[in-house]
Design a protein around this ligand. Structure first.
Ligand SMILES: [Zn+2]
Length: 423
């Protein structure tokens, strides 16, 4: 026995180094293929909250590279976007839900206009790096020119107030999707995370707004809405719908995620669900008890801060306290592999033609391995490892979303032609 062992040992070493070399080779091959795909296909993320980040941190310079993880670095800038092979983004024109009074609606509109202005200014300040995109053609042209395509999507219909005429105003300013509600009910309908239903889904005003969005060519976004509202939109919309940042409820049971029946309805509708890379919507992770003890007293305030209910100064203090806890007791977070599990599930339920990516970076998104725009290729790599083809990845990274935008614009032109001929 002893002799055999002595003889076998060198072979074990040779075999081990051979396996290592093969692993390195396949890793290199994977990286090469990933880079090749990002260079070739149009990639877009449908939800980044940079405008809100910029409003909070006016000194942030989008054309400078910010070191990931450093204080104030955010998860998006133009340099890291290029680094991550991300060609396009929908900047989120996000308004937290406030009082539904005339004054509240006026302030919400003002806030949304401010974020649009910030986004337009960012593009105007960086003509060599970015351009505003309104259509798929714009996006592909901008990509070819080696620049970043900047779309805008409005999160929460609150700034529309009670006037459907505002839909056209925001359309003309470049908004190409509207998320009907955010975390609470508004005049347009019910949210998935409010305490109780108020409208049984879409309100009569909400129905008018969806109709107007269809007519103008704005994608209807059903992320954040109550399931009843989702089904109302599916029944009413004349265009494919999008979920700009939502994940699968079968893998992570959260009201913000979509169950399999809803995913199948999106497939039938021709729409697309853009996977949200926010930990709470990806996987429930066991947390360090010390972290829980530290965070519990802060939880109510964090919720209020997220809802925009606190003053700027108080909100800043709450975030700082939260950051300090995060540094002391880092959260146990889901990974890029967990995100890919959602993609696998969605593909099983609705096929590869109805999935995309909406990270929610700068708005709570970020997982281990995909924590800012520069790390987008890690998801591509994971999909390649799981056997997804280049064509599948092209669809997931942008092809599907661009198809929905093109169809939305096409239908709007038909509706407008019918509208003029019937008058
Ligand atoms: Zn959101």
């Amino acid at each position: 026995m002893k002799n055999t062992n002595c003889l076998a040992l060198p072979f074990v070493f040779i075999a081990a180094s051979f396996t290592l070399a093969t692993a390195q080779k396949s890793e290199d091959e994977l990286n090469r293929k990933t880079a090749e795909i990002h260079a070739k296909v149009f990639t877009v993320d449908t939800h980044i909250d940079w405008p809100s980040n910029q409003l909070r941190n006016p000194e942030f310079v989008p054309r400078e590279r910010h070191e990931p993880g450093e204080r104030g670095s955010g998860q998006w800038d133009l340099v890291r976007m290029k680094e991550g092979g991300l060609d396009g983004v929908f900047m989120s024109i996000y308004t937290s839900q406030g009082p539904r009074t005339d004054d509240g609606h006026a302030k919400a509109k003002e806030h949304a206009l401010k974020l649009i202005e910030l986004t337009q200014k960012m593009v105007a300040d960086n003509p060599d790096l970015a351009e505003i995109a309104l259509t798929p053609e714009d996006a592909y042209r901008i990509e070819k020119a080696g620049k970043r395509a900047i779309f805008m999507g409005m999160e929460n219909g609150y700034p529309l107030g009670k006037d459907p005429g505002n839909v056209k105003m925001f359309h003309d300013l470049g908004v190409r999707y509207i998320t009907i509600t955010h975390s609470r009910n508004n005049e347009l309908g019910d949210s998935s995370t409010d305490e109780k239903k108020e409208w049984e889904g879409l309100s009569p005003l909400g129905e008018q707004v969806v109709k107007e969005m269809n007519r103008l060519g704005i994608m209807v976004d059903i992320s954040h809405v109550h399931d009843d509202l989702f089904w109302d939109v599916i029944a009413q919309a004349k265009t494919p719908v999008i979920a700009s940042h939502s994940s699968a409820r079968a893998l992570c049971d959260h009201a913000r995620n979509m169950n399999d029946e809803m995913l199948q309805a999106v497939k039938k509708n021709g729409g697309v669900v853009q996977l949200c890379l926010l930990g709470n919507y990806i996987k429930t992770m066991p947390q360090n008890p010390e972290r829980e003890t530290a965070i519990t007293p802060l939880r109510e305030k964090l919720r209020a801060a997220r809802r925009g209910e606190l003053g700027d100064e108080e909100a800043r203090k709450v975030w700082e306290e939260f950051q300090a806890i995060n540094t002391k007791y880092p959260a146990n977070r889901p990974t890029v592999q967990d995100a890919a599990d959602h993609i696998d599930h969605m593909v099983k339920v609705m096929g590869v033609d109805h999935i995309g990516i909406g990270s929610d970076f700068d708005g709570g998104g970020g997982l281990i391995g995909i924590d800012d725009v520069s790390e987008m290729p890690n998801l591509t790599k994971e999909l390649l490892k799981r056997g997804y083809s280049e064509e599948d990845i092209q669809k997931i990274w942008g092809g599907n979303l661009m198809r929905v935008l093109a169809e939305t614009i096409k239908v709007s032109k038909q509706l407008q032609a019918e509208g003029t001929s019937s008058h």
